[in-house]
Design a protein around this ligand. Structure first.
Ligand SMILES: N[C@@H](CCC(=O)N[C@@H](CS)C(=O)NCC(=O)O)C(=O)O
Length: 340
């Protein structure tokens, strides 16, 4: 037996009468779901449900991508689903203590850990795939207090995030992690159809990795240390990478195909970063007149998973600005107004 905790961003179900009307309407639907033993509708600062399932497979069949998309459309952001292995059940109502087949369920439930953070664009790439496919992966901050801690370096001596830990398998490098997760959870595929589509997905991801991320990330570092001269070197590199992407981007609406793929997972955090760093160096429209990139950027933000990831990146970036002592956007705006 397993428990699944599903949380939606909405705080409750409305007034007591509204909630009752809702429960009366929807509760019968849950009586016919294969493998579902019980569902508790719960609310507090978020709302959602505690589900008691016979198996993880039954739960995953229900919380599939279509369900996730429906919920995201309804509540404005995808729900989080967390699974819990029930190791021992004390049932006072029936006066029994039950020990489920723990070995078996452990194997089935072992969840993977992605070491990353809300700010890390490379981590966000993998996290976007996890969210889009609703995978059993938990995100945690680097162990030992940071990605240069002895504990983390013992796991990944490169000392960078993300790192994925799946039992004995420990993987650095965001692209390798995404490919591993696709192999392990092939449906629904985020690789594009084999052949030209899949090649396009890989190409966009590769262009982001090889040409865009390094100079864009350098700009962020230079802004903290030595703003202008070094930035002057990185700025044209970013512009060139954006030109390459503009040239090779698919015909839409997503980066490589008509659906969200790994190309969007790679591109979204990178373009987020570009949109934040170039204005720090006087470029007010980082995407310029690049029509395909501009169209993709507007489209992708309407996708619930992409919007969720962008929201997290915004939070991470706001935290970063605070840590390095940069003024808040509001303070910058007020200063600009005062100077006029
Ligand atoms: N090629 C790596 C890049 C990872 C990376 O540079 N991560 C940054 C955080 S967003 C990091 O850990 N930087 C720490 C450092 O460079 O020391 C990947 O794709 O995962």
């Amino acid at each position: 037996m397993i428990l699944a905790l599903v949380e939606f961003p909405a705080p409750g179900y409305g007034s007591a009468d509204e909630a009752l009307a809702l429960f009366e309407r929807v509760a019968p639907r849950f009586q016919a779901i294969p493998g579902l033993r019980r569902k508790y509708f719960v609310s507090g600062t978020t709302s959602g449900g505690v589900y008691e399932w016979e198996t993880r497979a039954a739960a995953e069949a229900y919380f599939d991508l279509a369900w996730q998309r429906r919920m995201a459309a309804k509540y404005g952001a995808p729900p989080t689903v967390r699974y819990f292995d029930v190791s021992c059940l004390v049932d006072n109502e029936h006066g029994v203590v039950q020990f489920p087949p723990i070995q078996e369920s452990r194997k089935e439930l072992s969840s993977m850990i992605l070491y990353g953070s809300k700010l890390s664009p490379w981590g966000a790439r993998c996290w976007m795939q996890v969210k889009a496919k609703n995978l059993p992966v938990e995100r945690q901050p680097a162990i030992g207090g940071g990605y240069k801690s002895p504990e983390y370096l013992a796991l990944n001596p490169i000392g960078k995030i993300p790192t994925l830990v799946d039992g004995d398998v420990v993987l650095p490098e965001s692209e390798v992690i995404c490919e591993y997760l696709e192999d392990k959870f092939p449906t629904p595929s985020m690789r594009g159809a084999p052949g030209a589509e899949a090649a396009k997905v890989r190409l966009i991801s590769r262009l982001v990795d090889l040409y865009l991320m390094a100079p864009a990330a350098k700009l962020l570092v230079h802004k903290q240390a030595d703003p202008m001269e070094k930035a002057e070197q990185a700025k044209p590199e970013v512009a060139k990478a954006l030109d390459y992407l503009e040239h090779f981007l698919g015909s839409g609406p997503y980066a490589a195909t008509a659906k969200l793929t790994l190309a969007d997972c790679a591109l979204l955090p990178a373009i987020f970063l570009v949109q934040k760093v170039l204005p720090l160096f006087g470029v007010s429209r980082p995407l310029g007149d690049r029509a395909k990139l501009n169209a993709w950027w507007s489209t992708v933000q309407r996708d619930p998973t992409a919007a969720f990831i962008k929201g997290e990146l915004e939070e991470g970036y706001a935290g970063f600005r605070q840590r390095v002592g940069w003024p808040t956007k509001e303070a910058e705006r007020a200063a600009a107004q005062a100077a006029q």
